[in-house]
Design a protein around this ligand. Structure first.
Ligand code: XBP
Ligand code: MG
Length: 232
């Protein structure tokens, strides 16, 4: 029976959320808005997954100056498109690296002919930007299956994106292990029946992970045999 490792993207493959936060703020400035999400506020806003959903939540919760009285959907979509453009530019020009142990875990999985997948809330374009910047030629081809963003009706912590990944892999949850950084991601994977390793990130270190099979600082601190012990 095939086995697969399903990686989350933001916060798991790399510490990308600080770049996302800066990209949101860049889009706000370009739109002439005085909004600026500081780190502490962004950590709270990350409770809402999905950039469009996060902007909408911010408007509805804080009624900031400059938010439109109508056509909020169009306003949010335009703002998020600008943010996605800014993010891609920041990743291309920046120095994001894969988190410790990610590259070696992928290499060991490839050597053992495990399949690799991504299950993420983020916009697909963000995945290409990150993989182009960190995985050079291999990039997205590293992953058999990529399930991202709006491809599912309900974002994390709903199980939709992991259920879609299982479906596209054609594997049962018992043949897969998920790797996540956040409680939302952990709840999503566990709800899909997948044993999950959590490597908390800079914005999620404070969260609860009792449903995780393993919690470890990063994948460099994990013996691959411990990951393999989670397959059933
Ligand atoms: C994390 C998210 C995303 C990013 C921003 O996704 O919730 O919304 O914060 O990306 P992951 P978008 O599941 O990879 O941890 O603005 O494209 O949503
Ligand atoms: Mg994440």
């Amino acid at each position: 029976m095939d086995r697969a490792i399903i990686f989350d993207v933001d916060g798991t493959l790399a510490e990308t959320e600080e770049t996302h936060r800066r990209a949101f703020n860049q889009a706000f400035r370009e739109a002439g808005l005085s909004w600026a999400w500081e780190r502490h506020q962004y950590q709270d806003l990350l409770a809402v997954t999905g950039g469009k959903e996060r902007i909408r939540h911010f408007v509805e919760a804080f009624d900031p100056v400059g938010a439109p009285d109508e056509n909020l959907d169009g306003f949010v979509r335009a703002l998020h498109a600008a943010k996605t453009t800014a993010y891609a530019r920041m990743v291309a020009d920046g120095d994001l690296q894969l988190r410790p142990g990610v590259r070696s875990t992928i290499a060991t999985a490839q050597r053992k002919r495990y399949r690799l997948a991504l299950a993420t809330t983020t916009t697909p374009a963000n995945i290409d930007a990150l993989l182009d910047a960190t995985c050079s030629d291999a990039g997205r081809d590293l992953f058999d299956v990529v399930c991202a963003g709006d491809s599912v009706p309900n974002k994390k912590p709903a199980p939709d994106v992991y259920l879609r990944a299982l479906d596209e892999l054609g594997l049962p949850s018992t043949s897969c292990v998920a790797i996540e950084d956040s409680r939302n991601g952990l709840l999503s994977a566990v709800a899909a029946g997948i044993r999950t390793i959590v490597t908390p990130g800079m914005y999620t270190r404070h969260e609860a992970f009792e449903e995780a099979a393993i919690v470890v600082d990063d994948l460099a601190a994990l013996d691959f045999a411990e990951l393999e012990s989670l397959f059933r």
